[in-house]
Each structure stands twice: as structure tokens, then as C-alpha cells.
Design a protein around this ligand. Structure first.
Ligand SMILES: *[C@@H]1O[C@H](CO)[C@@H](O)[C@H](O)[C@H]1NC(C)=O
Ligand SMILES: *[C@@H]1O[C@H](CO)[C@@H](O)[C@H](O)[C@H]1NC(C)=O
Ligand SMILES: *[C@@H]1O[C@H](CO)[C@@H](O)[C@H](O)[C@H]1NC(C)=O
Length: 535
């Protein structure tokens, strides 16, 4: 353990408690504050409630046109975005033209089956996180200094989703440089949570979380270097899959880096309301690497899976230094576990390898070691740690051109996670040992049920404090393991909660198998606004 880092952690934990108490004394207990979401319009079109699989069947049998489908999603986006502020830039007109062209091809096709075989996402609308490069669209990634940047070509994964026939509608909001779990920038303002506009949708795929949670996206392309797919999925009540490290190319992403580790930590992956769609989306995004994931092997038999769990997340002293996992989240994890026991699975409390005791050190040192990843404040120079600290203070007083969270992230990297160089190397070795041990423990038939984060979406402005549980997600980027976030209804404040399902590298299908079963049994996504179907 690193003394300085842990001191920081403990200070944050207790300041959060004190600030919470003060906040409650002034504003009344958070429990009594009604979520501010009643203003999101009802979902009135049945198409908005159907999975990509179901819509694909309708398109293929010519019961539905791509123009109809794309129009319905555009209308929904327009209806919710004034409140969510999740869209950075749309391309609705171009999308409608592309949809019309798809309809012509489907109408003219001699062999429709074959057409959809070649292009499994043909005619389906998709939304794209701005950092994933969509040709011709804004590529500012929440930064004032990049405000005029545009992507000159599609990023690799975006290109594959398009080649599979999907039609991009827009690019969605991210924090500055994706360096935050709060999507709130000086450039685009605050993106809001569809379940409670007073709260953050999370980050860094915050725009995707908000749009998917609001039923305004069929599926989104997100990216994740420390929880950026899973955290917004938790806060916005949807499924998000972080694939095995290295399986989905990160070419075209900003930020990027030549560091060999970077392409393992950062991954692109799908965010969607429908667990049943995850495998298809992952397969398309992974391109030729999909064969490594054996997604088409006979479905892993649910009854043969071994389930390990740690509902409290980290345990022992390390666990106590972290924010305590919310009791509603723990309760839903136990509900899920009881169900899995009831259908005959082997369920056991995990004996986490000792390496987990240094989760924060492993997570932070891995990020601090990364070379050539851009800094919001530019390349560090001598004395830049103090300079960055001053910038953090200035940003708190709204005197900076950068967001506080991006600066804190810069600070952590510039200060090398407050550790001497040889300690960085030490934790790196520990991470390698941990990866081997956990991979052995999970094998080809095991999953680990673990909290995604300790709590549901925080109020706007509180994320700098909540960010200190990020090793719960970040450690699995370092270990290269696939993780699916599974939504499990709402907590006592009406906010979405859920948990993570983790498997050994290349065993993504086990995470997806559990996610599909949870969706079937517990209902998956629950809409933030009423569904009143008129058709
Ligand atoms: C497949 O994996 C390799 C190694 O991680 C990576 O370099 C490549 O970009 C991946 N290909 C695709 C299509 O994502
Ligand atoms: C270290 O990890 C072990 C196994 O997970 C746990 O039992 C123990 O309490 C941890 N120790 C500390 C100091 O956190
Ligand atoms: C922010 O950027 C603007 C325009 O580039 C510049 O004029 C201003 O001085 C900057 N402010 C700070 C605090 O750096």
C-alpha cells in the first residue's frame, strides 16, 4: 500500500461523509428529494421498445423500413435532448438519406437473407460517443482547445459497425478528454441523467448512457479505459459491455497512445438497453478478432457455470478505505445470486487473490505509467505537478479553461500517482501476478459478480469525490478482463442500480450469458418515463 495515496483516499471518504451531512442539513435528506425526471416525455412508439434483433427481423421481412425506424429514433432524440443535453452534433438529414438508400437495396434484393447475413446491422440506427471518431463530425471531445476539431475518417470500430449496415445518427457528449466520470464540460455544458436531471449520467460515455437510458438510442458505441462504459451504464440503467482487452481496435479514438499497454486498457464496446443484442454488437465491433471469443459455440450451458461473488467489492482493510457499497446495490446482487442458486448454479463467495489488496495502487500506477497519452494541460515539464495543483484550484473557482476532473486526472499522472518509480514497477508486476491468478480462478466456466461502483448516480458536481472508487472498474482494464454491467431496477431514490459480471480474458460469452439470463428474469432496463403505446 502507498501511504500518500491511501491518505488521500481516507480524506476523500470522510470529507464525502461530512459534506453529505452538511448537504442534508441544508437541503433536506437526499432520500426525500424527488427525482426530477417527470418531465421526460412518454415513449409512445412501439418500435422504441424493440431490440435490434427484433427490428432486424422486421426489416428483413419488409414489415418495417429503415426510414420509418430512423425517423422514430430522431423524433425521440429531439424530444428528450433539450433536457438531457447529450448530443454534441447530429447528422439526421444524412442518416435519413442513408436509410432511404438501405430501403431501396432491401426492396431490390433478390436474396434478402444473404444481404442481412453480410450486413447484420443493416438499417439499424446507432449513436456514437464523440471520442470514437465518426467521419466529418465534431471530434472536440469536450475540450475548448479542440472545439474546431472534426474527425476526418471513421475510427476502426465505428467503421465496422457502419460496414455492417448501421446508420449513425449523432456523436454524443463526453467529459473533457474522457478524463472523468461526470459528463460536464466548459464546451458543451452539463449532460443530465434521464432518471433524475439533478444527477450526472456518468462518464466518460455519458452522452451514450443518457440517450440509451432515455430510450433514445437503439445502441451506442462507447469506450472504456477505467469504467467509461460500465459507469454510465450503471447510472443510466442499461447494459454495457467492456470486451476483453485488445479485442476491439482502438484506432481513431481520442485520446490515444502508442504505449503497447494502452490498446489493452482502452477498449470500445456496446451500450444498449437489450442484453440479447450484446453478442451481435460485440461480434461486429471485434471484426476478425471475434473468432477468439467463440461467440457462436453452443451457448455455454447456464447450469454448468460457476459463480463467484464479492458483494462488498474489495475486502479487508482495502475495502474499509473505500466508500461502502450501497445497501440497495448489495441487496440486488443477493437477489441475483439467490436466483442463480435456485436454478442450480454453483454459487460461492470469492476468495479474492491478495493482489486485490493493492487495487488502488495497481490501478493508479498503470495509468501513471502510460506513455504518450495526451494531457489536457499539455506535456508535463519540470515543476508541473505544483502548476497542475494550482490549475485544479483555479478550476474550482471557475478560472480555468479546463474541467476540475480532467485536471485531477492530469495531476495524478504528472505526480506519477504519488509513488516513486520503482514502486510503479512493483505494482505492475503485482498486476501481472493478479491477472494470472484471477484468470486461473475463473477458468473457462467461472464468472465473478462484483459491484460496478459503490453507489448510484451522484448529484451534479459531486463526482470528484465519487471518482475515488474507480479502481472497482479500472482494475479490470488493467487485468484485460471482459466485464458486463447488468441493470437491476432502481434504488429507494428511484435511481438505476446493478452490478458487474466479470470473466477471464476471451470468455466474454460467459458475461453475456449471465446478462441475458438476468434480463429475462429481472426485466433489465426500466424506462425513466411512462410507456404509453398508441400503435
Ligand atoms: C485484433 O486484435 C489485435 C491485437 O490486439 C489488434 O491489433 C487489432 O486491431 C484487432 N482487430 C480488430 C479488427 O479489432
Ligand atoms: C488481503 O486480502 C485477503 C484476501 O482477499 C483478505 O482476507 C485480507 O483481509 C486482505 N488484507 C487486507 C490488509 O486488506
Ligand atoms: C481561456 O482561453 C481563452 C481563449 O483561448 C483565453 O483568452 C483565456 O486567457 C484563457 N483563460 C485561462 C484562465 O487560461
Amino acid at each position: 500500500m502507498e501511504f500518500l495515496l491511501r491518505l488521500l483516499l481516507i480524506i476523500v471518504k470522510f470529507s464525502t461523509r461530512i459534506l453529505n451531512a452538511v448537504h442534508n442539513a441544508i437541503r433536506g435528506p437526499q432520500q426525500q428529494q424527488k427525482p426530477e425526471s417527470s418531465c421526460l416525455p412518454a415513449i409512445t412508439n412501439r418500435l422504441l421498445t424493440l431490440s435490434a434483433q427484433e427490428l432486424r427481423t422486421q426489416l428483413r421481412s419488409r414489415q418495417l423500413t429503415a426510414v420509418e425506424l430512423v425517423t422514430v429514433y430522431i423524433e425521440r432524440i429531439k424530444a428528450v435532448n433539450s433536457q438531457l443535453n447529450a448530443v454534441v452534433e447530429d447528422r439526421f438529414e444524412a442518416a435519413l438519406l442513408e436509410a432511404a438508400a438501405v430501403d431501396k437495396r432491401i426492396a431490390a434484393a433478390g436474396d434478402v437473407e444473404q444481404l442481412f447475413e453480410r450486413q447484420p446491422l443493416l438499417g439499424l440506427p446507432v449513436t456514437v460517443k464523440e471520442s470514437c471518431a465518426l467521419a466529418g463530425m465534431s471530434f472536440a471531445v469536450g475540450s475548448l482547445a479542440r472545439s474546431k476539431m472534426r474527425a476526418d475518417s471513421d475510427g476502426a470500430a465505428v467503421g465496422r459497425v457502419r460496414a455492417a449496415g448501421a446508420i449513425p445518427l449523432l456523436v454524443s457528449a463526453t467529459p473533457e478528454y474522457c478524463f472523468s466520470i461526470d459528463t460536464d464540460t466548459l464546451l458543451n455544458g452539463r449532460c443530465r441523467n434521464p432518471y433524475d436531471l439533478k444527477r450526472t449520467p456518468g462518464g466518460s460515455s455519458g452522452g451514450e448512457g443518457a440517450l440509451n437510458g432515455a430510450g433514445a438510442s437503439l445502441f451506442g458505441i462507447g469506450s472504456d479505459i477505467g469504467g467509461s462504459i460500465r459507469i454510465p451504464s450503471l447510472f443510466c440503467g442499461v447494459f454495457g459491455h467492456k470486451p476483453t482487452g485488445g479485442v476491439v481496435s482502438v484506432a481513431g479514438h481520442f485520446p490515444n497512445s502508442d504505449d503497447a499497454d494502452f490498446a489493452n486498457y482502452l477498449v470500445l464496446g456496446p451500450i444498449t438497453r437489450f442484453a440479447v443484442d450484446l453478442a451481435l454488437l460485440l461480434e461486429v465491433m471485434a471484426g476478425e478478432n471475434a473468432s477468439q471469443l467463440h461467440l457462436h459455440d453452443p451457448q455455454p450451458q447456464l447450469g454448468k457455470l460457476r459463480v463467484l461473488f464479492s458483494t462488498a467489492g474489495f475486502v479487508g482493510l482495502n475495502g474499509r478505505m473505500h466508500h461502502t457499497v450501497d445497501r440497495d446495490i448489495k441487496r440486488r446482487m443477493r437477489d441475483a445470486l439467490s436466483y442463480l442458486v435456485s436454478i442450480g448454479l454453483q454459487v460461492k463467495r470469492a476468495q479474492l487473490p491478495a493482489g486485490f489488496n493493492n487495487s488502488m495502487e495497481i490501478a493508479m500506477s498503470s495509468i501513471a505509467r502510460l506513455q504518450q497519452m495526451p494531457y489536457a494541460l499539455g506535456e508535463p515539464t519540470k515543476g508541473s505537478v505544483c502548476e497542475t495543483l494550482v490549475q485544479v484550484m483555479r478550476s474550482l473557482l471557475k478560472l480555468s479553461n479546463h474541467t476540475t476532473n480532467a485536471l485531477i486526472f492530469d495531476l495524478l499522472r504528472r505526480a506519477k500517482a504519488f509513488m516513486p518509480g520503482q514502486r510503479l514497477e512493483y505494482y505492475q508486476k503485482e498486476a501481472q501476478t493478479l491477472a494470472v491468478e484471477l484468470t486461473q480462478m475463473l477458468g473457462e466456466d467461472g464468472v465473478l459478480i462484483f459491484p460496478t461502483m459503490h453507489a448510484a448516480a451522484p448529484l451534479h458536481g459531486w463526482s470528484s469525490l465519487q471518482m475515488w472508487g474507480v479502481d472497482l472498474t479500472l482494475i479490470f482494464n488493467v487485468l484485460g478482463m471482459p466485464v458486463t454491467h447488468v441493470p437491476m431496477g432502481r434504488n429507494r431514490l428511484g435511481l438505476p442500480i446493478g452490478f458487474s459480471v466479470i470473466a477471464a480474458p476471451f470468455q466474454d460469452r460467459l458475461c453475456l450469458r449471465i446478462a441475458v439470463e438476468m434480463e429475462r428474469e429481472f426485466g433489465g432496463w426500466r424506462p425513466p418515463s411512462p410507456i404509453t403505446l398508441s400503435n
